[in-house]
Design a protein around this ligand. Sequence first.
Ligand code: URA
Length: 211
Amino acid sequence: METIQFEHPLARSLLTEMRDRRTTPDRFRALAYRLGFMLAVEATREIETVPVSVDTPLETIMGEKVAEPPVLVPVMRAGLGLLPPFLELIPGAETAFVAVRRDEETGEPRWLYDSSPDLAGRNTIVLDPMLATGGTAKAVVNYVFEKGTKHVTLVSITAAPRGLEALVEYENLTIITVSVDRELNADLFILPGLGDFGDRLFGRPGKGSDE
Ligand code: URA
């Protein structure tokens, strides 16, 4: 496993506004879109291209085009907030859907639903904005590797040390995060974190805030 901490002043500034408890859901979605776009650029840094010839108005040169777009795997609900900017940058990407719910008592992941294209030999990008215990991320990473994925890039916005630790065993895994946060609280929310990402996106005041 390789961890990349995405360093950019605009990313830190967007994250700060997302953390702010006063940020409304419509603003939160806009911020998630902008930050997601920056992360999409980073997550596709190693994307394979093939040479193509292109006629400019003045001459013919060799350029490049994407060989095979990765498969996107947003983990519901929170991952849906990052899907639009990734699809904007990589419009040819197929999307797999997985719904895994963290049991609020035990913190263990419960698999609810999945639907994916053929992942054999493909690169996948898993969108899981809050890497807390790593339980859900691990279940999804196992799922895509079992389906034959050759490399996984896991995109999170904040990650807890415990979540990163849970994933160290995977060789073909790159984790991109904007911030490695301090720890988890007793309810397994990331501190300082930004509360329940799904609730912040979709407008339900959530656990992890005192609204
Ligand atoms: N999921 C969230 O949405 N927030 C956390 O802090 C942890 C998991």
